[in-house]
Design a binder for this molecule. Structure first.
Ligand code: 13P
Length: 251
């Protein structure tokens, strides 16, 4: 198995105001001097806060990402934000195809792929999300769904430095429920197989994050699962203490 440095990423979703800067500052303090930390750390605040949070992490190793981008570089797309604009604001990453965007905005695999390509065009790392619904899981269709989402959502040019996969079972997001480590292992192994078959050595090195109700109490167990190369954290990334509790799995 290729050695892959883990990534712990916080997705703030539609949460956070200027006052949230104090949580970021607290996290920067906790990270200071932790040279042995075996993971990278990323915060994806809402677009309104990318600049502010970037300022707050200055001098630390914390990276900043967006939560979505438009496929085009610029133009008449009211309310949208391009990958280039995120990059200009200080982002190095962008989440694309989160299940909430697939559900709320009807984003298809093809749309997600176009957004991932836009991220690459702008020089951002794309965090491409996949995950089955509860009904799909109950129907025994988890692996079929994941394989199909990966096939449709990943650009052909995806490489380990430019692309991260996040496996987020929809039924585990914000519910406090998580799959068993065995279930996570099964899905992540299937994802790794797909990545290696399509991208060869790059696929072996690509990070595969787990997301869905990751908390300080379960982070160590989930992060120890083979082919889990970090976490995409929602609710527990909003408070420095909780997020640090998850990051500490890699101390
Ligand atoms: P929760 O950690 O709140 O379950 O959210 C997971 C998620 O959707 C991260 O993108």
């Amino acid at each position: 198995m290729a050695r892959v440095k883990a990534l712990v990423a916080g997705n703030w979703k539609m949460n956070g105001e200027k006052a949230s800067k104090k949580e970021v500052t607290a996290l920067v303090r906790k990270l200071a001097g932790k040279k042995k930390l075996a993971c990278d750390v990323l915060i994806c605040p809402p677009a309104t806060l990318v600049g502010l949070v970037k300022e707050a992490v200055r001098g630390s190793k914390i990276a900043i990402g967006g939560q979505d981008c438009h496929a085009k570089e610029s133009g008449a797309h009211t309310g949208d934000i391009s990958a280039e604009m995120l990059k200009d604001a200080g982002a190095t990453h962008v989440i694309v195809g989160h299940s909430e965007r697939r559900a709320d905005h009807g984003e298809t695999d093809a749309a997600v792929r176009a957004k991932a390509e836009a991220a690459h065009r702008a020089g951002l790392t794309a965090i491409v999300c996949v995950g089955e619904t509860e009904a799909e899981r109950d129907a025994g269709a988890t692996l079929k769904v994941i394989r199909s989402q990966l096939k449709g959502s990943l650009p052909d040019a995806a490489a380990a430095k430019t692309t991260v996969i996040a496996y987020e079972p929809v039924w585990a997001i914000g519910t406090g429920r998580t799959p068993t480590p065995e279930d996570v292992a099964r899905v992540h192994a299937a994802i790794r197989n797909v990545l290696e078959a399509r991208f060869g050595a790059e696929g072996a090195k690509m990070r595969i994050l787990y997301g869905g109700s990751v908390k300080p109490a379960n982070a160590k167990e989930l992060m120890a699962v083979p082919n889990v190369n970090g976490a995409l954290v929602g609710g527990a990334s909003l408070k420095a203490d909780d997020f640090w509790g998850i990051i500490s799995a890699y101390l």
